[in-house]
Each structure stands twice: as C-alpha cells, then as structure tokens.
Design a protein around this ligand. Structure first.
Ligand SMILES: *[C@@H]1O[C@H](CO)[C@@H](O)[C@H](O)[C@H]1NC(C)=O
Ligand SMILES: *[C@@H]1O[C@H](CO)[C@@H](O)[C@H](O)[C@H]1NC(C)=O
Ligand SMILES: *[C@@H]1O[C@H](CO)[C@@H](O)[C@H](O)[C@H]1NC(C)=O
Ligand SMILES: *[C@@H]1O[C@H](CO)[C@@H](O)[C@H](O)[C@H]1NC(C)=O
Ligand SMILES: *[C@@H]1O[C@H](CO)[C@@H](O)[C@H](O)[C@H]1NC(C)=O
Length: 539
C-alpha cells in the first residue's frame, strides 16, 4: 500500500459561494495545537513562528551519545519531516504564505544506544523547548527522544492558507505507566502486514509502547514456525497467503523498534488451541462420548510428556524470534469438559491426588509453561484466570485483568497486588465492543489505581492494554474501530490523571487529534457531528 501516493490536489477547492466565508474565517488561524496524550507539564505561549519545509532541519546536539548513523533517530527524522509537512509529498514545491526563517530541531540523548530494543526499563521522559528558530528535544534515551519528536510534530499547525506554524512552547514529560499496550488478534481474522504496520504507526502517534500480538488462537495459526511448519501449513486459514513468515515477523519487530514499541507475542494455551491440533497430532486432548472418543478435541493434553516437549521447543523458537523479555502465555478460559470426559485424564488426576479439581491439572500445566518461559529468560504474562484458580505462580509473573466491570476488576487488582504480583489492566478497554455514541468517554474515565490498597500495591500496576479482539474485525474496519477510541486509554496511561479527569475538556483535544490522524492517513472514525480542517483524502 502506498499511503503517500496522492494525485489529487489537497488544497481546499473552494467553490465561489464559499469564498467570502473563507476570508472571514481565515483571519483567525486554526490553532488547537494540543498534544495527545497530554504532557505532564506544558506551557504554550502566543508567540508563534512560521516554519517551512525548505528551511527545516533536524540535528543532533553536539554532546549527544546518539549522532548521525543512529538507526532509531535517523529514521525518525525522515518520518517526522513527512508528518510535520504532509503536503510536501502531495504537492512538492507548492508553498503558500511568507517564506519562513530557518528552523532547526536539535535532538540530544545522554545514555543507551540506537541498536537495541525498547524494554520495560526504557526511559521515555523528555524535555522539549520551542523558541524562535530552534526546538530542542532532550532525553536520556532514544526512546524518550522519539516521544519528544512526536509531541513536537503535534505542535505544528496550518492556517487556512497552508502556512505552518509552531508556537513557543515548553514541555517536560514522562509516562505515568511504563506498559501501555494494544492487543491485535490475528487468529480470528488474518490482518495483512500493512494493517499491522499502520496500527504501529498510529500507536506511536499516541505514545502506546507495547504491541501485544495475540498471534494464534482456535480459528487459525498464522505464525509460520521454523521447527513446526505444519502448524501454519494445516492450521492457518491458508498456508501461503494467510501466514506470518519469519521475515514478516522480523519486519513487524523492526517497524516497532524504530517507533519505540515492544512486541510481546502471545501463544495462548492450554485452551484456545484448536488450530494447533491440525498441524500437531496428539497435542490436544481427545474428548470422549461415553467410553469412545468422540472425534473432537479439547485443550492441550496435559498428561503427556510429549505435550511439554513440544511446547518447550516451540516457545524456545518463539523466544529466539521475539526479543522482548516478556512472553504472554495466555492461560484463559480453559474448558474442563473434555478433560473430564477423557478416562486417561481422569486416571492421571487420581494418580496425582487432584480429586475432581481440574483446576489443579490446569495449574500444573501452567506451572510447566511458566517454568519453560523462565528457562528462556522470559517474564511470563498470563490472563487473570491463572491467578483466580491457582496458588503456585512465580512472583515475577505479570497478571493481566480482562474480566468484569468496576468494581469487580478493582477488587481483583486489590487481591493480586496484595499477593505481590505485578498487574496489567485491560478489562475496561475491550474496545472491540462498540456502542452508539461517544463510547471513548467510558475508556477515558477509567481510574486504574482506584482500588483499595497501599502505595506499594499501587506501584505494582505497571500499566494496561487496549484490546481489539478479532471476531468482527479485519483490515476493513480495524483502523476506524481502533482510532480514535484507543486514544482515550493512551492518555489515561500516559498523562497525569488529575489534569485529564474531564471528558468535556478532553473532547476538543481528542477531536483535534482525530483530525490529525486523518491528515496522517489513518481512517479514524468521527467522534461526533463536525468537520476537520482537512477531511480524509482517501488512498
Ligand atoms: C499560538 O499562537 C497563536 C497566535 O499568537 C494564538 O492565537 C494561540 O492561542 C497560540 N496557541 C497556544 C496553544 O497557545
Ligand atoms: C535475561 O534477560 C535480562 C533482561 O532482559 C537481560 O538483562 C539478561 O542479560 C538476560 N540473561 C541472559 C542469560 O540472557
Ligand atoms: C517449576 O520450577 C520450580 C522452581 O524451579 C520447581 O520447584 C517446580 O517443580 C517446577 N514445576 C514443574 C511443573 O516443573
Ligand atoms: C472508584 O472506586 C469506588 C469503589 O469501588 C467506586 O465507587 C467509584 O465509582 C470508582 N470511581 C471511578 C471513577 O471508577
Ligand atoms: C491527584 O489528586 C489527588 C487527590 O487530590 C492527590 O492525592 C494526588 O497526589 C494527585 N496526583 C498528582 C500526580 O498530582
């Protein structure tokens, strides 16, 4: 897909009757130049500077540890030039208004390197200062510099003649939570690579920093394994066209890295594995009807050594492909019906002394998985079910909450953090659910730390995730369903809650940000009646 291949003129084409209105409106420049998510500290001034693409450059500050050749920032400079001057690509050489004075963006980083991956310890804080002819972005790490460049790009606005301006501004910014995720589900519908890349782009615009890739599930297994090619050969919707090859995965990881986004893969088991069974015989539990196998299969067979040998090999490969130190093991919604029906499972239960408590069997399975993950030097994330039914979970496991409304999930957070676990909140942000009206407000008013607990407990909340489950979502409606709705959670997870508690105050800002997304080629749906300075241009 070629997002920047425009042929249509993008300057407003005004028919005669509108001309007078145009001049009246144009006296006042459009200047809702907010930053989304709202920075922790920001002062804007009425002094403004016209800028133009001919006289706009990025530079590294002399003392910066990152200098020319820094992969992350060199490519960010190219990207942000295009984001700041979107018309440059459509109508090169056509400019409006007075010629601007030279403007330089100076970027300095004090530690770390440019070739690594973002991680849980990435520092994303930055300072941004805009004054006449110069903007400086100062950050500890390149990841913070990326966030600063994003804020800078959002300060730029155009008047009705197309002249770009930036106001004098001071920003000091850092994220409230280190883990600000977005889940895509590529099993229920296959999402082509371009749809994933576009999502990653938009994530970086709203400072989300973890792509949780729910890559496989019951309906299909699109991950093309090196060791077990039959998993996708037989388990994908199509073995050639509906798979993610090793090189696809590497491209997603690199695209993410350059935007300061981590990629956390999820290989959910023992439930949610129907598609795995097609390419890996004997992995799933045969279900019985009475004394005979019914021909259907249940969760991964937890009583066979071969299941664990297979999982260990697969996860070892996964750990070699995905560099992130976190690995999501799923563990949700395990249906015990099939295990209960199987006589071998029942006799195993007896041998183990589990009685009829099948959650003990599930617990054993998950313990094996978490141990495999630990042996691969990975921190495990599991869905809340694992905590709800089991006691023996290593303390460094991260628990993700997906069930219930407040106060149910608040009570869960209280219990989990009291038990000393780190927690991710996603229950209020299942934005694949849609309802009529401005449902972003529901996401926005979430208070992730509104549960009973000590300060120590609150510190165990490492962030949250927006989830976009794929039953009714594919590349046709992914972007409009995600954006700008996911922006609400993005601000909740980045910004100071006290400064961003009012949805009414947020409304003009998110509306403006949605227009900016359109300008960047993201098909973000409207929030309410209204218009954008430039409407979506199509492809
Ligand atoms: C930017 O400057 C313009 C022109 O001086 C002013 O009208 C506008 O309010 C300023 N914007 C902000 C966010 O301060
Ligand atoms: C384990 O992971 C941590 C954090 O990602 C890393 O610092 C460390 O070097 C890794 N250890 C080994 C043996 O790979
Ligand atoms: C998991 O690892 C722990 C700690 O090494 C060990 O005590 C436990 O037996 C292991 N569990 C399984 C199911 O292998
Ligand atoms: C905060 O928690 C209390 C107690 O559960 C609840 O009554 C209140 O509605 C919550 N507030 C928000 C904004 O979620
Ligand atoms: C937000 O307000 C609450 C209640 O007034 C206060 O306890 C808290 O410290 C404030 N948080 C910040 C980050 O200022």
């Amino acid at each position: 897909m070629c997002r920047f291949c425009f042929h249509r003129p993008t300057v407003p084409m005004l028919s005669k009757p509108h001309i007078w209105l145009f001049f009246v409106v144009a006296v006042k420049a459009v200047s809702v130049n907010g930053v989304w998510p709202m920075p922790q500290k920001m002062s804007s001034f009425v002094e403004r500077y016209p800028i133009s693409p001919q006289a706009f450059t990025f530079q590294y500050t002399p003392g910066s540890v990152a200098q020319s050749g820094c992969s992350v920032l060199d490519s960010a400079f190219k990207r942000y030039f295009k984001l700041i001057f979107p018309d440059e690509l459509r109508q090169p050489g056509v400019h409006f208004g007075p010629l601007a004075k030279p403007f330089t963006v100076q970027v300095g980083v004090s530690e770390g390197n440019c070739d690594g991956y973002p991680s849980e310890s990435s520092k994303e804080s930055y300072r941004l200062s805009v004054s006449s002819g110069v903007a400086t972005v100062r950050a500890e790490m390149v990841w913070g510099a990326l966030r600063g460049l994003e804020s800078l790009s959002q300060l730029v606005y155009q008047d009705d003649y197309g002249v770009h301006y930036i106001n004098k501004t001071e920003i000091e910014d850092f994220p409230r939570f280190p883990f600000r995720g977005l889940l895509l589900d590529t099993s229920r519908h296959y999402l082509p690579l371009y749809a994933i890349m576009e999502t990653l782009d938009a994530m970086s615009y709203t400072k989300l920093n973890v792509f949780h890739w729910h890559i496989v599930d019951d309906p299909s297994f699109p991950y093309q394994s090196k060791l077990f090619p039959d998993l996708s050969n037989k388990g994908a919707f199509h073995p050639m066209t509906h798979v993610y090859t090793q090189s696809d995965v590497r491209r997603v990881i690199e695209h993410s890295r350059l935007r300061g986004i981590r990629v956390v893969p999820e290989f959910d088991s023992p439930g949610h594995t129907q598609s795995w069974g097609r390419g890996q015989p004997d992995l799933l539990t045969p279900c019985y009807r009475g004394d005979v196998p019914s021909g259907t299969y249940g969760p991964v067979n937890p009583i066979l050594r071969s299941s664990y040998v297979f999982m260990a090999k697969l996860l070892k490969e996964v750990a070699s492909v995905f560099p992130d130190s976190y690995l999501h093991l799923g563990g949700d919604e395990v249906d015990f019906t099939c295990w209960k029906s199987n006589p071998d499972v029942r006799s195993f239960m007896k041998t183990m002394g589990f009685g009829t408590d099948f959650s003990k069997l599930e617990s054993l399975y998950v313990e094996y998985m978490v141990n495999i993950s630990a042996s691969l030097n990975r921190t495990s994330i599991v869905w809340q079910d694992v905590f709800d039914y089991h006691e023996k979970i290593p303390k460094d496991t991260v628990l993700e909450i997906w069930k219930g409304l407040p106060p149910a999930y608040a009570q869960e957070m209280s219990r989990m953090t009291q038990a000393g676990y780190r927690v991710l909140l996603s229950a209020p942000w299942y934005i694949n659910h849609i309802r009529y009206g401005q449902d972003w407000r529901d996401s926005y008013t979430v208070k992730p730390l509104n549960f009973s607990g000590t300060e120590t407990q609150k510190r165990l909340v490492i962030g949250g995730e927006v989830c976009m489950w794929g039953e009714y979502v594919d590349a046709t409606n992914l972007s409009p369903r995600l954006w700008p709705r996911a922006c609400a959670a993005a601000e909740r997870l980045w910004s100071d809650e006290n400064q961003t508690s009012s949805t009414d105050e947020a409304f003009p800002r998110i509306t403006n940000f949605r227009c900016r997304l359109l300008r960047r080629g993201i098909r973000a749906e409207p929030l309410d009646v209204g218009h954008c300075q430039r409407e979506f241009q199509g492809f």
